[in-house]
Design a protein around this ligand. Structure first.
Ligand code: NAD
Length: 254
């Protein structure tokens, strides 16, 4: 039996045995839904390093041109037409089997909730693209309302409450995480008996710190990613390959 097939079967057996599976997902689970990752071979930043500025809070707040470019990018973001794929569906199957303790995601696309995972199981450590927030007063509104204003001619629409700068309700580089959210992610990591990291380079801190935490607390660790990750040396099983093919084999299908 080829080694990867053997490892997939082993990971599936560990899911069968587990009672509290915690999954950490990154951008790689959504690429087969048409949303590119940042650092993979076809990643947004791999192809255009300048685009990284739009994810940096200092540039965003200080440079109106960066904000205008961000609004234009949001108008055509692939998330608006993306549908969950077999990888997302596998995590819904895991929840239906009563095994999913928590789903920590770095993604901002809400495809886990669209696929059918319960909102209270999904911990969005980097926020969501489907809302905007005002940097000054903290008001939150649906993203589509703000995009309607951009379509109507406002290149950089200000907050309707206070006139402050609006941005997507996501965590940019240089921006603090929401303490309760990241604390919850770190806590559930220590409660796992099996921790599965999927589609992430595991380079973004502090969320990647959930991986060594889970391991130290005694969880088995499975990493599934097309490329090497920063935590491969900690893993009990490293799976290389397609998430949409491998995850249903590990977690089950709906
Ligand atoms: P990343 O871009 O650093 O890494 C993604 C990894 O997934 C890469 O190593 C790539 O090789 C792998 N990958 C891509 N498609 C795959 C597939 N089909 N099967 C197997 N592996 C695959 O992603 P990250 O670690 O999540 O960090 C990027 C940050 O950017 C995150 O914090 C996230 O907030 C944000 N982001 C989110 C989205 C989204 O919401 N869908 C998209 C891009 C970036």
């Amino acid at each position: 039996m080829p080694r990867q097939t053997h490892l997939l079967d082993q990971a599936a057996r560990w899911v069968d045995e587990a009672r509290r599976v915690v999954v950490l997902t990154g951008a790689g689970i959504s690429t087969d839904s048409g949303i590119p990752d940042f650092r993979g071979p076809n990643g947004v930043w791999t192809r255009n390093p300048e685009a990284e500025k739009q994810s940096n809070i200092q540039y965003y707040l200080s440079d109106p041109q960066v904000r205008r470019a961000s609004w234009q990018a949001r108008l055509v973001h692939p998330a608006w037409s993306a549908q969950p794929n077999a990888g997302h569906a596998a995590l819904v199957a895991l929840e239906r089997r009563g095994k999913l303790h928590a789903l920590i995601t770095q993604n901002i696309d809400e495809l886990h909730q669209l696929a059918g995972n319960s909102a209270d199981r999904v911990i969005e450590v980097h926020g969501t693209l489907r809302r905007v927030m005002c940097w000054t007063c903290g008001a939150r509104r649906p993203m589509q309302q703000a995009l309607d204003r951009v379509r109507a001619g406002e290149a950089d629409p200000p907050c309707e409450e206070c006139g402050g700068i609006l941005k997507s309700d996501t965590i940019s580089f240089g921006q603090a995480l929401v303490p309760e959210v990241i604390d919850r992610a770190m806590r559930v990591a220590t409660e796992a008996d099996l921790f599965i990291a999927v589609g992430s380079t595991l380079q973004v801190q502090p969320v990647a710190g959930a991986v060594p935490r889970a391991k130290r607390a005694g969880a088995r660790l499975v990493i599934l990613n097309a490329e090497p990750t920063a935590c491969d040396t900690l893993a009990d099983i490293v799976l290389r390959g397609s998430i949409t093919q491998a995850l249903p084999r590990i977690c089950g299908e709906i």
